[in-house]
Design a protein around this ligand. Structure first.
Ligand code: S3P
Length: 169
């Protein structure tokens, strides 16, 4: 099982990157982030890709990235953008772990973060909280049904999440 990839999915701001880094700190895994891959591919920030090229263009890049991950990665923790869970080949990439938290607690976590403003600003789909809540409501069941494993992170205790993930895989 060790060479299987671990894919972290979940809503924007739930802590996929934070938890990926925490797993790395406690294991021999390396981590990669799909938004980082896309930004380096385009040499542009996600926010600018959305503004200049539009969301469908970004989704095409996510697909390209998913195919690349399937072909090239093993034994890697892959943190993903909040919409990456829709990739058709996601189960071919590895074990899918859904980091689950309520919309309200995610927003509270982001608002209380030291660099809160930047965390909202860099996310085009978090500019309008009513719209973001609609997206959350549309996705919440889909995240669960795509997931191989669901990890409750409502308390945002990264260490506890890591323990539960390492136990589950
Ligand atoms: C998105 C989430 C973002 C980023 C893009 C779209 C989404 O990543 O991929 O802005 O559709 O939920 P985070 O989940 O890391 O914020």
């Amino acid at each position: 099982m060790r060479d299987k990839n671990i894919i972290l999915i979940g809503f924007m701001g739930v802590g996929k990157g934070t938890i990926a880094r925490a797993i790395v700190a406690q294991s021999n895994y390396f981590a990669i982030d799909t938004d980082d891959l896309i930004e380096s591919l385009e040499n542009t920030k996600i926010k600018k890709i959305f503004a200049k090229e539009g969301e469908p263009y970004f989704r095409d890049l996510e697909k390209k990235c998913a195919l690349w991950c399937e072909k090239n990665l093993q034994g890697t923790i892959i943190s993903t953008g909040g919409g990456f869970y829709r990739q058709e080949n996601i189960h071919k990439i590895g074990t899918v772990i859904y980091l689950k938290a309520s919309f309200e607690s995610i927003i509270k976590r982001l608002e209380n973060a030291p660099n809160s403003k930047a965390k909202f600003k860099k996310r085009p789909l978090l500019q309008d909280l009513d719209k973001a809540k609609d997206i959350y409501n549309q996705r919440v069941k889909e995240y669960e049904s795509v997931a191989d494993i669901v990890i409750d992170v409502d308390d945002f205790d990264a260490q506890k999440a890591v323990k539960n993930i390492l136990k589950a895989i």
